[in-house]
Ligand binder design. Sequence first.
Ligand SMILES: C[S@@+](CC[C@H](N)C(=O)[O-])C[C@H]1O[C@@H](n2cnc3c(N)ncnc32)[C@H](O)[C@@H]1O
Length: 208
Amino acid sequence: MNSKEDQYARQAEEWTDRAYADAAAYLSHRAALVVTLGPLLEAGDEVLDLACGDGGLGQLLLDRGLRYRGVDSTPEMVAEGSRRLGARAAIELGNLNDYVPPAPVAATTVFRALYYARDRQSFFRHVARFTEKKLVFDLNPRQYRLDEVLADLRVAGLGRVALRPFFLPQTVALPGPVVAVARALERSGPPARLALRFRFTYLVAASR
Ligand SMILES: C[S@@+](CC[C@H](N)C(=O)[O-])C[C@H]1O[C@@H](n2cnc3c(N)ncnc32)[C@H](O)[C@@H]1O
Protein backbone atom coordinates (compact mmCIF):
# COMPACT_ATOMS: atom_id res chain seq x y z
CA MET A 1 0.00 0.00 0.00
CA ASN A 2 1.48 3.42 -0.92
CA SER A 3 1.25 6.34 1.48
CA LYS A 4 -1.73 7.97 -0.28
CA GLU A 5 -3.74 4.72 -0.18
CA ASP A 6 -2.78 4.30 3.43
CA GLN A 7 -3.93 7.86 4.13
CA TYR A 8 -7.35 7.21 2.54
CA ALA A 9 -7.68 3.97 4.52
CA ARG A 10 -7.02 5.82 7.77
CA GLN A 11 -9.34 8.72 6.86
CA ALA A 12 -12.25 6.57 5.66
CA GLU A 13 -14.19 6.79 8.90
CA GLU A 14 -16.33 9.93 8.69
CA TRP A 15 -14.43 11.06 5.56
CA THR A 16 -17.20 13.36 4.39
CA ASP A 17 -17.72 15.06 7.72
CA ARG A 18 -14.01 15.70 8.13
CA ALA A 19 -13.16 16.62 4.53
CA TYR A 20 -15.91 19.26 4.20
CA ALA A 21 -16.44 22.09 6.69
CA ASP A 22 -20.13 22.22 5.72
CA ALA A 23 -20.74 18.90 3.99
CA ALA A 24 -24.49 19.45 3.64
CA ALA A 25 -24.16 22.81 1.84
CA TYR A 26 -21.20 21.74 -0.29
CA LEU A 27 -22.53 18.36 -1.39
CA SER A 28 -26.09 19.52 -1.96
CA HIS A 29 -24.76 22.22 -4.32
CA ARG A 30 -22.63 19.60 -6.06
CA ALA A 31 -25.63 17.24 -6.32
CA ALA A 32 -27.80 20.02 -7.79
CA LEU A 33 -25.21 20.64 -10.50
CA VAL A 34 -24.83 16.91 -11.22
CA VAL A 35 -28.54 16.94 -12.01
CA THR A 36 -28.86 20.25 -13.87
CA LEU A 37 -25.55 21.05 -15.57
CA GLY A 38 -25.63 19.82 -19.18
CA PRO A 39 -28.33 17.25 -20.07
CA LEU A 40 -30.87 17.06 -17.25
CA LEU A 41 -31.03 13.93 -15.08
CA GLU A 42 -34.47 12.57 -14.25
CA ALA A 43 -35.81 10.54 -11.34
CA GLY A 44 -34.78 6.91 -11.72
CA ASP A 45 -31.58 7.72 -13.64
CA GLU A 46 -28.50 5.96 -12.30
CA VAL A 47 -25.35 7.88 -11.35
CA LEU A 48 -22.04 6.04 -11.19
CA ASP A 49 -19.71 7.91 -8.81
CA LEU A 50 -16.12 6.86 -9.48
CA ALA A 51 -13.67 7.33 -6.59
CA CYS A 52 -16.74 7.91 -4.41
CA GLY A 53 -14.90 7.92 -1.08
CA ASP A 54 -17.45 7.11 1.62
CA GLY A 55 -20.35 7.87 -0.75
CA GLY A 56 -21.14 11.21 0.91
CA LEU A 57 -22.62 12.53 -2.35
CA GLY A 58 -24.85 9.48 -2.60
CA GLN A 59 -27.51 10.48 -0.07
CA LEU A 60 -28.01 13.86 -1.78
CA LEU A 61 -28.53 12.15 -5.15
CA LEU A 62 -30.85 9.50 -3.67
CA ASP A 63 -32.87 12.36 -2.12
CA ARG A 64 -33.38 13.66 -5.66
CA GLY A 65 -34.86 10.35 -6.80
CA LEU A 66 -31.74 9.14 -8.59
CA ARG A 67 -30.13 5.73 -8.22
CA TYR A 68 -26.54 5.71 -6.94
CA ARG A 69 -23.63 3.34 -7.56
CA GLY A 70 -20.31 4.21 -5.92
CA VAL A 71 -16.91 2.73 -6.71
CA ASP A 72 -13.69 3.28 -4.80
CA SER A 73 -10.31 1.54 -4.69
CA THR A 74 -9.91 1.81 -0.89
CA PRO A 75 -11.65 -1.06 0.92
CA GLU A 76 -12.17 1.07 4.06
CA MET A 77 -13.99 3.73 1.98
CA VAL A 78 -16.20 1.05 0.42
CA ALA A 79 -17.04 -0.27 3.90
CA GLU A 80 -17.94 3.24 5.10
CA GLY A 81 -20.04 3.89 2.00
CA SER A 82 -21.91 0.62 2.45
CA ARG A 83 -22.53 1.43 6.11
CA ARG A 84 -23.68 4.96 5.27
CA LEU A 85 -26.06 4.09 2.42
CA GLY A 86 -27.01 0.48 3.20
CA ALA A 87 -29.27 -1.25 0.72
CA ARG A 88 -30.27 2.04 -0.94
CA ALA A 89 -27.11 2.04 -3.08
CA ALA A 90 -24.48 -0.27 -4.53
CA ILE A 91 -20.96 0.51 -3.28
CA GLU A 92 -18.17 -1.52 -4.84
CA LEU A 93 -14.42 -1.92 -4.72
CA GLY A 94 -12.89 -0.99 -8.06
CA ASN A 95 -10.41 1.08 -10.01
CA LEU A 96 -11.79 4.01 -11.98
CA ASN A 97 -9.45 3.18 -14.86
CA ASP A 98 -11.10 -0.12 -15.68
CA TYR A 99 -14.37 -0.42 -13.75
CA VAL A 100 -17.37 -1.23 -15.97
CA PRO A 101 -20.90 -1.08 -14.47
CA PRO A 102 -23.24 -4.05 -14.95
CA ALA A 103 -25.48 -1.92 -17.20
CA PRO A 104 -25.03 1.51 -18.85
CA VAL A 105 -25.57 4.45 -16.49
CA ALA A 106 -27.17 7.84 -17.17
CA ALA A 107 -24.27 9.78 -15.67
CA THR A 108 -20.77 9.11 -14.43
CA THR A 109 -19.17 11.46 -11.91
CA VAL A 110 -15.56 11.85 -10.74
CA PHE A 111 -14.91 14.33 -7.95
CA ARG A 112 -11.48 15.23 -6.59
CA ALA A 113 -10.02 12.20 -8.33
CA LEU A 114 -9.40 12.95 -12.02
CA TYR A 115 -5.68 12.77 -11.29
CA TYR A 116 -6.06 9.03 -10.63
CA ALA A 117 -6.81 8.46 -14.31
CA ARG A 118 -3.65 6.80 -15.69
CA ASP A 119 -4.23 8.37 -19.10
CA ARG A 120 -6.93 11.04 -19.23
CA GLN A 121 -7.95 10.54 -22.85
CA SER A 122 -8.23 6.75 -22.46
CA PHE A 123 -10.20 7.28 -19.26
CA PHE A 124 -12.71 9.58 -21.01
CA ARG A 125 -13.06 7.04 -23.85
CA HIS A 126 -13.61 4.24 -21.34
CA VAL A 127 -16.32 6.17 -19.47
CA ALA A 128 -18.04 7.24 -22.72
CA ARG A 129 -18.69 3.55 -23.56
CA PHE A 130 -21.14 3.04 -20.68
CA THR A 131 -22.35 6.62 -19.96
CA GLU A 132 -25.56 7.60 -21.72
CA LYS A 133 -26.16 11.26 -20.79
CA LYS A 134 -23.05 12.89 -19.37
CA LEU A 135 -19.78 12.72 -17.48
CA VAL A 136 -19.53 15.26 -14.63
CA PHE A 137 -16.27 16.11 -12.87
CA ASP A 138 -14.49 18.93 -11.12
CA LEU A 139 -11.46 20.57 -12.62
CA ASN A 140 -8.87 22.87 -11.12
CA PRO A 141 -7.87 25.16 -14.02
CA ARG A 142 -4.59 26.01 -12.31
CA GLN A 143 -3.64 22.34 -12.27
CA TYR A 144 -4.92 21.34 -15.74
CA ARG A 145 -5.14 23.32 -18.97
CA LEU A 146 -8.81 23.61 -19.80
CA ASP A 147 -8.22 23.55 -23.58
CA GLU A 148 -6.29 20.26 -23.28
CA VAL A 149 -9.02 18.65 -21.19
CA LEU A 150 -11.68 19.82 -23.65
CA ALA A 151 -9.63 18.36 -26.54
CA ASP A 152 -9.43 14.99 -24.75
CA LEU A 153 -13.19 15.05 -24.21
CA ARG A 154 -13.78 15.76 -27.93
CA VAL A 155 -11.61 12.82 -28.94
CA ALA A 156 -13.66 10.61 -26.60
CA GLY A 157 -16.88 11.76 -28.30
CA LEU A 158 -17.90 13.96 -25.34
CA GLY A 159 -17.47 17.28 -27.11
CA ARG A 160 -20.56 19.10 -25.81
CA VAL A 161 -19.39 20.74 -22.63
CA ALA A 162 -21.16 22.82 -20.00
CA LEU A 163 -18.83 24.58 -17.54
CA ARG A 164 -19.80 26.12 -14.23
CA PRO A 165 -17.47 27.73 -11.68
CA PHE A 166 -17.99 26.17 -8.24
CA PHE A 167 -17.42 28.72 -5.50
CA LEU A 168 -18.26 26.93 -2.25
CA PRO A 169 -15.06 26.40 -0.29
CA GLN A 170 -14.33 22.91 0.96
CA THR A 171 -12.69 23.76 4.25
CA VAL A 172 -14.61 26.89 5.34
CA ALA A 173 -18.28 26.90 6.38
CA LEU A 174 -19.98 30.02 5.03
CA PRO A 175 -23.10 31.61 6.58
CA GLY A 176 -26.26 30.98 4.51
CA PRO A 177 -26.47 34.47 2.93
CA VAL A 178 -22.80 34.26 1.84
CA VAL A 179 -23.49 30.85 0.27
CA ALA A 180 -26.27 32.48 -1.76
CA VAL A 181 -23.89 35.24 -2.93
CA ALA A 182 -21.17 32.70 -3.83
CA ARG A 183 -23.67 30.70 -5.87
CA ALA A 184 -24.86 33.84 -7.68
CA LEU A 185 -21.25 34.82 -8.47
CA GLU A 186 -20.72 31.45 -10.18
CA ARG A 187 -22.89 32.76 -13.01
CA SER A 188 -21.20 36.17 -13.23
CA GLY A 189 -19.02 35.50 -16.31
CA PRO A 190 -15.75 37.50 -16.36
CA PRO A 191 -15.54 38.10 -12.55
CA ALA A 192 -16.04 34.36 -12.01
CA ARG A 193 -13.29 33.53 -14.50
CA LEU A 194 -10.99 36.01 -12.78
CA ALA A 195 -11.59 34.33 -9.41
CA LEU A 196 -10.73 30.95 -10.97
CA ARG A 197 -7.25 32.21 -11.74
CA PHE A 198 -6.56 32.22 -8.00
CA ARG A 199 -8.96 29.77 -6.33
CA PHE A 200 -11.88 27.38 -6.77
CA THR A 201 -12.72 24.86 -9.47
CA TYR A 202 -14.98 24.32 -12.47
CA LEU A 203 -17.67 21.69 -12.63
CA VAL A 204 -17.65 20.16 -16.10
CA ALA A 205 -20.56 18.27 -17.67
CA ALA A 206 -19.51 16.58 -20.92
CA SER A 207 -21.92 14.86 -23.29
CA ARG A 208 -22.25 13.76 -26.93
C1 LIG B 1 -9.95 13.06 -2.46
S1 LIG B 1 -10.92 11.59 -2.27
C2 LIG B 1 -12.44 12.10 -3.06
C3 LIG B 1 -13.63 11.32 -2.56
C4 LIG B 1 -14.98 11.86 -3.07
N1 LIG B 1 -15.09 11.71 -4.51
C5 LIG B 1 -15.17 13.28 -2.66
O1 LIG B 1 -15.26 14.15 -3.56
O2 LIG B 1 -15.22 13.56 -1.47
C6 LIG B 1 -10.21 10.52 -3.49
C7 LIG B 1 -10.79 9.11 -3.46
O3 LIG B 1 -10.31 8.42 -4.62
C8 LIG B 1 -10.08 7.07 -4.27
N2 LIG B 1 -9.18 6.52 -5.30
C9 LIG B 1 -7.85 6.76 -5.46
N3 LIG B 1 -7.40 6.14 -6.57
C10 LIG B 1 -8.47 5.49 -7.12
C11 LIG B 1 -8.64 4.67 -8.28
N4 LIG B 1 -7.62 4.41 -9.10
N5 LIG B 1 -9.88 4.17 -8.53
C12 LIG B 1 -10.92 4.43 -7.69
N6 LIG B 1 -10.81 5.19 -6.58
C13 LIG B 1 -9.60 5.74 -6.31
C14 LIG B 1 -9.53 7.13 -2.86
O4 LIG B 1 -9.67 5.91 -2.18
C15 LIG B 1 -10.40 8.25 -2.27
O5 LIG B 1 -11.55 7.72 -1.67
